[in-house]
Ligand binder design. Sequence first.
Ligand code: ZN
Length: 215
Amino acid sequence: MARANGIPATDVYEFDASRQSNRVSANVSGFARTQRISLNDNLVKRCTLPEIETTMGHEMGHYVLNHEYKGLVMIGVVVVIGFSFLSWGINFSLARWGEKWDVRGISDVAVLPLSVIVFSFYFFLMTPVTNTITRTMEYEADMYGLNAAQQPDGEANVDLMLGEYRKLDPGPVEEFIFFDHPSGRTRITAAMRWKAEHPQSASPEEVARPIFKSQ
Ligand SMILES: [Zn+2]
Protein backbone atom coordinates (compact mmCIF):
# COMPACT_ATOMS: atom_id res chain seq x y z
CA MET A 1 0.00 0.00 0.00
CA ALA A 2 2.80 2.41 0.85
CA ARG A 3 4.52 1.82 -2.48
CA ALA A 4 1.27 2.15 -4.40
CA ASN A 5 0.74 5.54 -2.75
CA GLY A 6 4.25 6.84 -3.29
CA ILE A 7 5.24 6.63 0.36
CA PRO A 8 8.90 5.76 1.03
CA ALA A 9 8.14 3.51 4.00
CA THR A 10 9.93 0.38 5.10
CA ASP A 11 8.48 -0.19 8.56
CA VAL A 12 5.15 -0.32 10.29
CA TYR A 13 5.16 1.14 13.79
CA GLU A 14 3.01 -0.33 16.51
CA PHE A 15 2.69 1.38 19.86
CA ASP A 16 1.52 0.06 23.20
CA ALA A 17 -1.83 1.55 24.22
CA SER A 18 -3.46 -1.55 25.66
CA ARG A 19 -2.13 -0.95 29.15
CA GLN A 20 -4.24 2.21 29.33
CA SER A 21 -7.39 1.29 27.39
CA ASN A 22 -8.72 -0.97 24.67
CA ARG A 23 -9.48 1.90 22.28
CA VAL A 24 -8.37 1.43 18.70
CA SER A 25 -6.32 4.32 17.31
CA ALA A 26 -3.60 5.27 14.82
CA ASN A 27 -1.77 8.46 13.91
CA VAL A 28 0.80 10.23 11.78
CA SER A 29 3.53 11.99 13.75
CA GLY A 30 7.02 13.42 13.38
CA PHE A 31 8.46 16.05 11.09
CA ALA A 32 10.23 15.84 7.71
CA ARG A 33 12.29 12.65 7.64
CA THR A 34 11.05 11.44 11.02
CA GLN A 35 7.43 11.31 9.87
CA ARG A 36 5.80 7.96 10.52
CA ILE A 37 2.46 6.18 10.70
CA SER A 38 1.84 4.34 13.94
CA LEU A 39 -0.93 1.89 14.73
CA ASN A 40 -1.80 1.10 18.31
CA ASP A 41 -1.68 -2.49 19.52
CA ASN A 42 -5.44 -2.55 20.18
CA LEU A 43 -6.08 -1.88 16.50
CA VAL A 44 -3.73 -4.66 15.42
CA LYS A 45 -5.20 -7.09 17.97
CA ARG A 46 -8.90 -6.32 17.65
CA CYS A 47 -9.33 -5.56 13.94
CA THR A 48 -9.62 -7.71 10.84
CA LEU A 49 -7.21 -7.16 7.93
CA PRO A 50 -9.69 -5.01 5.91
CA GLU A 51 -10.23 -2.84 9.01
CA ILE A 52 -6.49 -2.40 9.50
CA GLU A 53 -6.04 -1.68 5.78
CA THR A 54 -8.67 1.06 5.73
CA THR A 55 -7.14 2.65 8.85
CA MET A 56 -3.73 2.50 7.22
CA GLY A 57 -5.22 4.11 4.09
CA HIS A 58 -6.68 6.92 6.22
CA GLU A 59 -3.31 7.59 7.88
CA MET A 60 -1.57 7.46 4.51
CA GLY A 61 -4.05 10.13 3.38
CA HIS A 62 -2.90 12.39 6.21
CA TYR A 63 0.68 11.86 5.10
CA VAL A 64 0.22 12.21 1.32
CA LEU A 65 -2.09 15.24 1.67
CA ASN A 66 0.46 16.93 3.98
CA HIS A 67 -2.09 17.43 6.72
CA GLU A 68 0.49 17.94 9.46
CA TYR A 69 1.96 20.96 7.68
CA LYS A 70 -1.37 22.33 6.49
CA GLY A 71 -2.76 22.02 10.00
CA LEU A 72 0.26 23.83 11.41
CA VAL A 73 -0.25 26.73 8.99
CA MET A 74 -4.00 26.98 9.50
CA ILE A 75 -3.83 26.77 13.30
CA GLY A 76 -0.93 29.24 13.03
CA VAL A 77 -3.26 31.75 11.37
CA VAL A 78 -5.79 31.26 14.18
CA VAL A 79 -3.02 31.85 16.76
CA VAL A 80 -1.82 35.05 15.03
CA ILE A 81 -5.37 36.42 14.93
CA GLY A 82 -5.49 35.41 18.59
CA PHE A 83 -2.64 37.82 19.37
CA SER A 84 -4.68 40.74 18.07
CA PHE A 85 -7.65 39.52 20.14
CA LEU A 86 -5.29 39.31 23.12
CA SER A 87 -4.13 42.89 22.61
CA TRP A 88 -7.70 44.13 22.28
CA GLY A 89 -8.91 42.05 25.24
CA ILE A 90 -6.16 43.25 27.56
CA ASN A 91 -6.61 46.92 26.65
CA PHE A 92 -10.36 46.62 27.03
CA SER A 93 -10.09 44.95 30.45
CA LEU A 94 -7.41 47.30 31.77
CA ALA A 95 -9.39 50.37 30.70
CA ARG A 96 -12.30 49.08 32.77
CA TRP A 97 -10.72 47.33 35.73
CA GLY A 98 -7.00 48.14 35.52
CA GLU A 99 -7.05 50.59 38.39
CA LYS A 100 -9.10 48.30 40.61
CA TRP A 101 -6.71 45.38 39.91
CA ASP A 102 -3.69 47.66 40.31
CA VAL A 103 -2.28 46.53 36.96
CA ARG A 104 -0.45 49.47 35.41
CA GLY A 105 -0.49 48.53 31.75
CA ILE A 106 0.11 45.88 29.10
CA SER A 107 3.86 45.90 29.88
CA ASP A 108 3.25 45.18 33.59
CA VAL A 109 4.16 41.54 34.40
CA ALA A 110 1.03 41.40 36.57
CA VAL A 111 -0.99 41.33 33.33
CA LEU A 112 0.08 37.71 32.72
CA PRO A 113 -2.88 35.96 34.43
CA LEU A 114 -5.26 38.23 32.52
CA SER A 115 -3.57 37.37 29.22
CA VAL A 116 -3.96 33.66 29.96
CA ILE A 117 -7.68 34.18 30.62
CA VAL A 118 -8.17 36.27 27.45
CA PHE A 119 -6.22 33.81 25.29
CA SER A 120 -8.14 30.81 26.72
CA PHE A 121 -11.42 32.63 26.10
CA TYR A 122 -10.34 33.25 22.50
CA PHE A 123 -9.59 29.57 21.91
CA PHE A 124 -12.91 28.67 23.52
CA LEU A 125 -14.66 30.97 21.00
CA MET A 126 -12.57 29.48 18.18
CA THR A 127 -13.56 25.87 19.05
CA PRO A 128 -15.83 25.49 15.97
CA VAL A 129 -13.07 26.94 13.75
CA THR A 130 -10.23 24.71 14.99
CA ASN A 131 -12.56 21.68 15.04
CA THR A 132 -13.67 22.38 11.48
CA ILE A 133 -10.04 22.62 10.34
CA THR A 134 -9.23 19.17 11.74
CA ARG A 135 -12.61 17.63 10.89
CA THR A 136 -12.23 18.68 7.24
CA MET A 137 -8.79 17.08 7.02
CA GLU A 138 -10.10 13.93 8.71
CA TYR A 139 -12.83 13.66 6.11
CA GLU A 140 -10.25 14.09 3.33
CA ALA A 141 -8.18 11.30 4.91
CA ASP A 142 -11.29 9.10 4.98
CA MET A 143 -11.83 9.65 1.26
CA TYR A 144 -8.18 8.90 0.58
CA GLY A 145 -8.32 5.77 2.72
CA LEU A 146 -11.42 4.46 0.96
CA ASN A 147 -9.76 4.85 -2.42
CA ALA A 148 -6.40 3.48 -1.25
CA ALA A 149 -7.64 0.45 0.69
CA GLN A 150 -10.96 -0.13 -1.09
CA GLN A 151 -12.45 -1.57 2.08
CA PRO A 152 -15.71 0.30 2.72
CA ASP A 153 -17.09 -2.42 5.02
CA GLY A 154 -13.85 -2.42 7.03
CA GLU A 155 -14.12 1.36 7.26
CA ALA A 156 -17.70 1.19 8.53
CA ASN A 157 -16.71 -1.43 11.13
CA VAL A 158 -13.84 0.68 12.45
CA ASP A 159 -16.13 3.73 12.56
CA LEU A 160 -18.50 1.71 14.73
CA MET A 161 -15.62 0.76 17.05
CA LEU A 162 -14.79 4.45 17.41
CA GLY A 163 -18.33 4.75 18.78
CA GLU A 164 -16.84 3.35 21.99
CA TYR A 165 -15.40 6.79 22.66
CA ARG A 166 -17.11 9.14 20.20
CA LYS A 167 -20.83 9.76 19.87
CA LEU A 168 -21.90 8.11 16.61
CA ASP A 169 -24.88 10.22 15.65
CA PRO A 170 -24.76 13.83 16.90
CA GLY A 171 -26.95 16.58 15.45
CA PRO A 172 -25.45 18.66 12.61
CA VAL A 173 -24.87 21.71 14.84
CA GLU A 174 -23.31 19.56 17.56
CA GLU A 175 -21.00 17.99 14.97
CA PHE A 176 -20.01 21.39 13.56
CA ILE A 177 -19.17 22.90 16.95
CA PHE A 178 -17.77 20.05 19.02
CA PHE A 179 -16.43 17.36 16.67
CA ASP A 180 -12.76 17.33 15.62
CA HIS A 181 -13.47 14.19 13.52
CA PRO A 182 -16.51 13.49 11.35
CA SER A 183 -19.21 11.63 13.30
CA GLY A 184 -19.62 7.89 12.86
CA ARG A 185 -22.79 8.52 10.88
CA THR A 186 -20.98 10.85 8.44
CA ARG A 187 -18.08 8.43 8.01
CA ILE A 188 -20.22 5.31 7.57
CA THR A 189 -22.51 7.15 5.12
CA ALA A 190 -19.43 8.14 3.08
CA ALA A 191 -18.11 4.56 3.15
CA MET A 192 -21.43 3.10 2.04
CA ARG A 193 -21.78 5.72 -0.68
CA TRP A 194 -18.29 4.81 -1.91
CA LYS A 195 -19.30 1.14 -1.88
CA ALA A 196 -22.48 1.83 -3.86
CA GLU A 197 -20.47 3.75 -6.44
CA HIS A 198 -17.79 1.03 -6.74
CA PRO A 199 -19.87 -2.12 -7.13
CA GLN A 200 -16.91 -4.01 -8.60
CA SER A 201 -14.98 -3.63 -5.32
CA ALA A 202 -17.70 -5.35 -3.28
CA SER A 203 -16.65 -8.93 -3.94
CA PRO A 204 -13.46 -10.21 -5.54
CA GLU A 205 -15.34 -13.10 -7.23
CA GLU A 206 -17.43 -10.55 -9.07
CA VAL A 207 -14.32 -8.98 -10.59
CA ALA A 208 -12.83 -12.34 -11.55
CA ARG A 209 -15.97 -13.43 -13.38
CA PRO A 210 -15.67 -12.93 -17.16
CA ILE A 211 -17.81 -10.10 -18.47
CA PHE A 212 -18.71 -11.82 -21.76
CA LYS A 213 -20.02 -15.34 -21.63
CA SER A 214 -18.66 -17.56 -24.38
CA GLN A 215 -21.35 -19.25 -26.47
ZN1 ZN B 1 -7.20 10.94 10.95
